[in-house]
Design a protein around this ligand. Structure first.
Ligand code: FAD
Length: 412
């Protein structure tokens, strides 16, 4: 049995930042993090790792180096939540009690919902996926092995983290095929479960132009349901007509369906879809005032990104502190800010920034729907530094103040 002032479940982007902010405040021995993984990954770099522009180890740090020294790391998985008794149960049988709980468990990758996966990754070098540390390293070699045929990219039928990532790797691959003289013998195909190329109109228009100019075939409402590595076939179901279509592939980049981690599903903390229910502006749980949620595992209706988590850390810092002090939660609250640097080539990015209503919320007073080299530099060089040195230490709460300054106070 263990007892803490505050327990954080998950030591990823949001959990790590929460642990830092509150260990500083509460002091040694008062905060615990339940997290089973040895390695903390900066997942946004995986687009560039898959594209062969960065190495996997550049995205990794040992968990004990990123978690604050002043917190207790319980290296275990949460398996059950009993918020009526302020208790989390772990896989190895610990009962961890808390005064305050932060749920930051991210999303679970459900490759097993696609017939043939994940096993087929082991036998077929042309199958890859930037979403998993085991398979992101297969992407660049798969790209290089293509000589001709269909090069296919998927988007699953579920909410996912970083909704731009399924197509970012497609642009990097298309550019590589073009520059290595193989583009004429290949078809680049984007089979997406969605009915649009991107959820925000302003950026969808820019991306539609790019896919047309680069002769990329987009098939809407196509959902990957089976992979047959022996025949190099991928089976897609049309989500409206239910018709099945078989595509041959020379390379297949799979984005798996995602959900919250299974441990949450039967708990009183979640809605019928398994997401932790929080008040979207304050991050406080809808039923348990001593529980907060941050990041991908919450039901906050905004695109799930590390950039969104950054903005949420500032809100969590203020509101959880208020709750701990018995004060009312007040003042400026979360506006749904999120951002998706849409990598369109090995040196350009469209820097999409928007809120939960799909309204652009751009930091710079320039048109960010344009492909820009400066924005690639932010994505590839500046953001990783900001992540390791500021975001996960709880010192970066998003660009809101910069945006206001850049727009001379005329922005929200
Ligand atoms: P995570 O950082 O995923 O952390 C969740 C943690 O919970 C993990 O450490 C996990 O081990 C732990 N956990 C899970 N289950 C349990 C359990 N039962 N008990 C205890 N711990 C548990 N974001 C951007 O802002 N920009 C980008 O360009 C971008 N690109 C991306 C590209 C790819 C390929 C991927 C995969 C992601 C990308 N993201 C991007 C998204 C970003 O990485 C996530 O949105 C962000 O990391 C979410 O933070 P989180 O704390 O909610 O979850």
């Amino acid at each position: 049995k263990m007892n803490y002032k505050m327990v954080v479940v998950g030591g990823g982007t949001g959990g790590c930042a929460a642990a830092h902010m509150f260990s500083r405040k509460l002091g040694k021995g008062n905060v615990a993090v339940i997290e089973p993984a040895d390695t903390h990954y900066y997942q946004p770099l995986w687009t560039l790792v898959g594209g062969g522009l960065r190495k996997l180890d550049q995205s990794a740090q040992p968990m004990n180096k990123v978690l604050p020294g002043a917190c207790d790391w319980i290296k275990d998985s949460a398996v059950q939540f009993d918020p009526d008794n302020n208790t989390v149960f772990t896989k190895h049988g610990y009962e961890v009690k808390y005064d305050f709980l932060v749920c930051a468990m991210g999303l679970q990758l459900n490759y097993h919902l696609i017939k043939g996966l994940p096993e087929a990754f082991d036998v077929d070098p042309s199958l890859c996926s930037n979403y998993w540390d085991k398979t992101v390293i297969k992407t660049r070699p798969a790209m290089e092995a293509v000589t001709e045929g269909n090069v296919i990219f998927t988007f699953p039928n579920s909410p996912i983290k970083c909704a731009g990532a399924p197509q970012k790797i497609m642009y990097l691959t298309e550019e590589y095929l073009r520059q290595s003289g193989k583009r004429d013998k290949t078809n680049v195909i984007y089979n997406t479960s969605l009915g649009v190329v991107f959820g925000v109109k302003k950026y969808a228009e820019a991306l539609t132009k790019i896919v047309q100019e680069r002769n990329i075939q987009v098939n809407f409402r196509h959902n990957l349901i089976e992979v047959r590595p022996d025949k190099k076939e991928a089976v897609f179901e049309h989500l409206d007509t239910k018709e099945q279509k078989v595509f041959d592939y020379a390379m297949l980049h799979v984005v798996p369906p995602m959900s919250t981690p299974e441990a949450l599903w039967n708990s009183p903390l979640v809605n019928e879809s398994g997401y932790v229910t929080v008040k979207r502006e304050t991050l406080q749980h809808t039923k348990y005032p001593n529980v907060f949620g941050i990041g991908d595992n919450t039901d906050i209706p905004t695109a799930k990104t590390a950039a969104a988590v950054a903005s949420q850390t500032g809100i969590l810092k203020k509101n959880l502190a208020a709750a701990m002090n018995g004060h009312e939660i007040a003042g400026k609250q979360y506006d749904g800010y999120t951002s998706c640097p849409l990598v369109t080539s090995k040196n350009t990015v469209i820097m999409a920034e928007f809120d939960w209503d799909g309204q652009p919320l751009e930091t710079f007073p320039i048109n960010q729907a344009k492909e820009r080299r400066t924005m690639f530099h932010f994505k590839a060089d500046i953001f990783p530094q900001m992540y390791w040195h500021m975001l996960i230490k709880g010192y970066w709460h998003g660009p809101g103040l910069f945006r206001k300054a850049m727009h001379l106070g005329m922005s929200r």
